[in-house]
Design a protein around this ligand. Sequence first.
Ligand SMILES: NC(=O)c1ccc[n+]([C@@H]2O[C@H](COP(=O)([O-])OP(=O)(O)OC[C@H]3O[C@@H](n4cnc5c(N)ncnc54)[C@H](OP(=O)(O)O)[C@@H]3O)[C@@H](O)[C@H]2O)c1
Length: 302
Amino acid sequence: MNIVVAGGSGFLGTALTQALTHEGHTLVILTRGSPSALPARQGVQYVSWDPNGLTGPWSRTLDTADAVINLAGESIAAKRWSADQKRKLRESRLLATESLTRAIREAARAPSVFVSGSAVGYYGDRGDETLTESSPPGTDFLAGLARDWEAAAAEAANVTRVAVIRTGIVLDRKGGALPRMLPPFQMFVGGPLGSGAQYMPWIHKEDWVRLVSWTTTHEAARGPLNATSPNPVTNAEFSKALGRALGRPSFLPAPAFALRLALGEMADALLLSGQRALPVRATDLGFSFRYSTIDDALASIL
Ligand SMILES: NC(=O)c1ccc[n+]([C@@H]2O[C@H](COP(=O)([O-])OP(=O)(O)OC[C@H]3O[C@@H](n4cnc5c(N)ncnc54)[C@H](OP(=O)(O)O)[C@@H]3O)[C@@H](O)[C@H]2O)c1
């Protein structure tokens, strides 16, 4: 297939595009940067774009695309959430998605699928409530952002199949949240964050890549899909599993007030709240996870 991936240069995009080229697909990666600054890869063409809500010369790449995947957006955890940063988090996702849906609607031949990013933040902070794709959204900043992001993607639904991937916490040795969690454990001072009761909807990076790749070809996969393992754990359980995997203690809690002091609003949204989200849609449609327990996932990663 010819696949266009927006934001394909990032943590998840790099892993996904490597797997897709390995499977024999031909890729176009849309990047805001200069194509020559990115590493040359067989089967990958980089094309510059300006994700400003409008189409541009880059849109022609969609005329021959079989699938379009949207992973573009300002990094959620890179900076403290000032009002300006929150605006960037929202606009970068909404405008990029709007540019893509416009280009899809105007393409000479519409792609057969548009797979667009979303996040389990859609559900907000929900304690130990079991969450499926049909659960209603939350009310906080990330929930509002995810809801609007999904609505922007749905603008392409009258011309193509639209699937939105509600990604959980993607676990990998080199990128995402896990490398940031390791240092306290490695220094023998690891433990739960805050009360540790919040659920962590984790997923192994390999399963995330497999799920997104599967979604591109699986006709019945449309609408929201939780990209989370079938066995989410509480943060306290995760800390214990991490301690076991590293052979380190895991009983020293990081107090909520210290996290809030260090990270501001982001601490509550990303570390102290949680979602017990289950991948009901994908499982019902026959997708099987390679890593379904946290011990197996951490053993493979660490
Ligand atoms: N990693 C996770 O655990 C996780 C969890 C839930 C949801 N997600 C979502 O999944 C998507 C991919 O995640 P990731 O971890 O791969 O993110 P990432 O490493 O930050 O990559 C995102 C890509 O988006 C592009 N981008 C960055 N800032 C942008 C902006 N202001 N406007 C438009 N494009 C911009 C960049 O590509 P160029 O510089 O080449 O343009 C970048 O490579 C994100 O939308 C993220 O919110 C990730």
